[in-house]
Design a protein around this ligand. Structure first.
Ligand SMILES: [Cu+2]
Length: 569
């Protein structure tokens, strides 16, 4: 238990100010924190263009350092995507004004896409097409990361239905940092089903990419300030929309289609209009819902998207409507009566779960007519549990969380480490369950700690038994600390359907502040799993064999090892 720790670990522990927590030897987590030391695979040759592939759209996409003005005063150094259209429809690429974000890519279902990704950063990178269903070798798996000066050529067909997807880097251990410094962009896929609805488009369709950032006194981005930021995720104190602070849109008195994406590394939003108007939702991650749904508010976790109908037609010229993130609780660890997350964020002017503005719409122009909200949008065939190949034995995604254990299925991410229950038979529908293995994550009292079974087979050290560190850690003399937090779990490959959510009774109170904000009847690729929650979903594994990742889209968690490979065989 008191195994020697090397100097590097000791240094990490000193940083953390949580040395107390480490006495029981959470070596797995520390190993994950030092993931840059993970043995790497033999270098793969970057993929080249194949002569037999005839692209409809061909794009040159580079990742490079840049600099632009975000706040008044000095320019901010960023990393950014820059793109150039080699072939394809003229409207394929649109730059967001004065933004570090990559251009919006507009793709059509059925198009064949070739993208030459050139790395001009001084660190490895690779790009993932979040939500797109592409072959494993085109998915941006970290083992394909390319070095400075190298180019990786992607070739795939757009199989997805209409929806808002995104592209962002995925190199292991550096995803969060690269996204934080600016590498991300939106992909809008259109299809026939969507076109037939004639939804607001052109200037009446607006992307809303929400991110939080922190700037130092020289307007430079501030990132990880220590162990807390890695454990909880990094939370900025400034909201940017489409890369701009104090974002405002000027609108006419008519309906708009707002395409939301949470591009933050960790921050979760509870979106609501400030005058109490319900949020009218047309679609989620994987495209349109069967019909529009009105919600008092909608939860939006990192990686999730939202298609919103915003009708300003009843409003007067000169009026304003703000979208805010409303207050909620439960997504960060709690200790005694104080939120540990809250305590850790005491210096943050924008605490997670507080109430703050996201952007404002200013009505500046009167127009005569506005399109009507369609009553039906599309048809979605709902899966039932019995449709799955494994209705009685769900594929597990076990969340292990503790100050020193941000793991899935009990293991920190490693290359070539697929476990038997992470091997998925090709061309099947699988029932999947995301949960905390018994004893982890929902203990609210001291007693229960003694009942926690060892995480046999889950790779959790037995050294933590009796320390109360797994489900409830002890800190500074206080007991009953809940080291449980919300995790947006993202699965690469095909979209899935959420079958059920079950909440542990110890968490119902905090859950009440978010539960009306979930939309579970559409196609999803990222699902927010709250503390004490168990989520069942059904996901098809068709078209492509190979390795597809499953990870927490709290990108600091992902980089800390909260990621696994599923091997479809
Ligand atoms: Cu997480």
């Amino acid at each position: 238990m008191n195994e020697p720790i090397d100097a590097r670990r000791r240094r990490l522990l000193q940083y953390s100010g949580l040395g107390l927590l480490t006495l029981s030897g959470f070596t797995g987590w520390l190993r994950a924190m030092e993931s840059e030391a993970m043995p790497s695979l033999p270098k793969m040759a970057p993929n080249r263009a194949s002569p037999g592939f005839k692209p409809d759209v061909e794009i040159e996409l580079s990742c490079r350092p840049g600099s632009l003005s975000i706040l008044p005063g000095a320019a901010t150094r960023v990393q950014q995507y820059a793109a150039h259209l080699i072939k394809g429809p003229e409207n394929t690429l649109t730059n967001l004004p004065a933004s570090y974000l990559g251009p919006v890519m507009r793709l059509q279902k059925g198009q064949k896409i070739r993208i030459h990704l050139r790395n001009e950063l001084d660190e490895p990178t690779i790009t993932h097409w979040h939500g797109l269903h592409v072959p494993a070798s085109m998915d941006g798996h970290p083992r394909y990361a390319v070095d400075q000066g190298e180019t990786f050529v992607y070739e795939f067909e757009v199989l997805n239905r209409a929806g808002l997807y995104l592209y962002h880097p995925h190199p292991h251990g550096a995803t969060a940092s690269q996204v934080y410094h600016g590498l991300a962009g939106a992909i809008l896929v259109n299809d026939e089903e969507e076109r037939a609805l004639d939804l607001p488009s052109g200037e009446y369709e607006i992307p809303i990419v929400i991110q939080d950032r922190s700037f130092d006194e020289h307007n430079q981005l501030r990132y990880l300030r220590g162990m807390h930021d890695r454990m909880l995720g990094f939370y900025g104190d400034r909201i940017l929309v489409n890369g701009r602070p104090d974002f405002r849109i000027d609108v006419a008195t008519r309906a708009y289609r707002l395409r939301f994406m949470n591009g933050s590394t960790a921050r979760i939003y509870k979106l609501a209009w400030d005058d109490g108007t319900p949020v009218t939702v047309l679609g989620v991650d994987g495209g349109l819902l069967e019909k529009p749904v009105n919600k008092p508010y909608v939860m939006l976790a990192p990686g999730e998207r939202l298609d919103v109908w915003a009708d300003f037609s009843g409003r007067g010229v000169g009026s304003r409507l703000a979208m805010r993130s409303r207050s909620f609780s439960g997504v960060l660890p709690r200790m005694g009566g104080h939120g540990m997350g809250g305590a850790m964020m005491a210096e943050n002017e924008l605490p997670v779960g507080s109430d703050y503005p996201i952007f404002t719409a200013h009505v500046i122009r009167k127009v005569g007519a506005s399109p009507a909200l369609p009553t039906r949008l599309c048809k979605i065939a709902r899966y039932q549990t019995e449709d799955a190949a494994n209705p009685k034995q769900p594929v597990p995604i076990g969340i292990s969380e503790g100050p020193m254990a941000m793991l899935l299925n009990g293991r920190a991410y490693a290359y070539d480490d697929v476990q038997p229950n992470e091997r998925i038979p090709f061309d099947t529908l699988q029932l999947i369950e995301i949960f905390r293995p018994e004893g982890a994550g929902h203990s609210g009292d001291g007693e229960r700690r003694d009942q926690q079974p060892a995480m046999a087979g889950m790779g959790m050290g037995r050294g933590m038994r009796g320390t109360g560190m797994m489900g409830g850690m002890r800190m500074g003399g206080a007991t009953g600390m809940m080291m449980s937090m919300a995790h947006p779990i993202h699965m690469h490959g095909q979209a899935f359907q959420i079958i059920s959510r079950t909440i542990h009774e110890a968490h119902t109170e905090a859950y009440a502040s978010v539960r009306d904000g979930f939309i579970d009847h559409g196609w999803k690729d990222t699902v927010l799993v709250m503390p004490g929650e168990r989520v069942r979903l059904i996901k098809p594994f068709r078209d492509y064999k190979g390795i597809f990742m499953v990870h927490c889209h709290n990108l600091e968690h992902e980089d800390a090892g909260m990621m696994r490979d599923f091997h479809i065989v």
